[in-house]
Design a protein around this ligand. Structure first.
Ligand code: ADP
Ligand code: ADP
Length: 217
């Protein structure tokens, strides 16, 4: 579903990625682990088309994303990739339902269909009674689950998560882990997750260990 070949990234004369090869299958949860500064976030951002590689190729469902630019890239990213970050980045003035709908509206999907799917996803994630709440009226765990629903709204090929449990207590972190497993089993959802959380890494289907710009195991 996703293939990266010989991806490198240079910042001026610092080589941060030194030739990374990855292939990820549909429905797989892949954790990227390793010490701080190893290049994990840089790799995730490049796989997610938020940043471009210096060299190398990336294919997501046979589309060479490293060949896309401008509005075509933005459109591809919005439709095909979901993002979850350490902080939820929900828009404070919108309700949970509206926050989840926004990427669907941007994709140009019929409004009624977007709303119906958003409500279905929030229900699936245990937030049936929170549709009209604004982010500040939700607990931290609930806010992050709204962010997960938002990441899922356009039925993305892959969800890229950068330290998704980094701002959650252990109880909410564990609930989010279970949710990822549920989404994998229920929808064959693919995840690539950068995490320092050992439990989340262990629950994943595969762990890629990065060291000094390379995958070492
Ligand atoms: P990790 O996520 O594993 O902690 P990062 O991908 O954040 O690692 O960073 C890898 C290396 O790249 C670090 O040495 C970091 O300082 C450097 N780096 C990251 N982003 C930039 C940037 N925009 N400009 C220069 N150096 C960067
Ligand atoms: P936590 O124990 O995770 O910190 P909170 O005490 O923040 O949770 O919230 C408990 C419940 O109360 C949550 O389900 C949340 O939806 C609800 N809630 C919190 N603040 C508000 C508010 N201002 N308006 C409506 N509901 C709220």
């Amino acid at each position: 579903m996703l293939t990266a070949r010989n991806v490198t990234k240079n910042y001026s004369n610092l080589q941060v990625l030194k030739g990374v090869d990855i292939s990820v299958s549909k429905g797989e949860i892949v954790a990227i682990v390793g010490s701080s500064g190893a290049g994990k976030s840089t790799l995730l951002h490049i796989l997610g088309t938020l940043d471009s590689p210096t060299n190398g190729e990336i294919f997501i469902n046979n589309v060479q994303t490293s060949g896309l630019t401008g509005t075509r890239l933005a459109d591809f990213r919005n439709r095909h990739i979901g993002f979850i970050f350490q902080f939820h980045h929900l828009l404070p003035e919108f309700t949970a339902l509206e926050n989840v709908c926004i990427p669907g509206y941007i994709a140009g999907t019929r409004k009624s269909a977007v709303k119906e799917r958003a409500a279905f996803l929030l229900d699936t994630l245990g937030l049936k009674d929170r549709l009209e709440h604004r982010p500040k009226e939700l607990s931290g765990g609930e806010q992050q689950r709204v962010a997960v629903a938002r990441a899922l709204i356009n039925n993305p090929d892959v969800i890229m998560a950068d330290e998704p449990t980094g701002n959650l207590d252990s109880h909410n972190a564990r609930e989010l882990h279970q949710l990822f497993l549920q989404l994998r089993d229920q929808f064959e959802q693919t995840f690539i997750i950068v995490t320092h959380n050992e439990e989340l890494a262990t629950l994943s289907d595969r762990q890629l260990v990065m060291k000094d710009g390379k995958i070492v195991s």
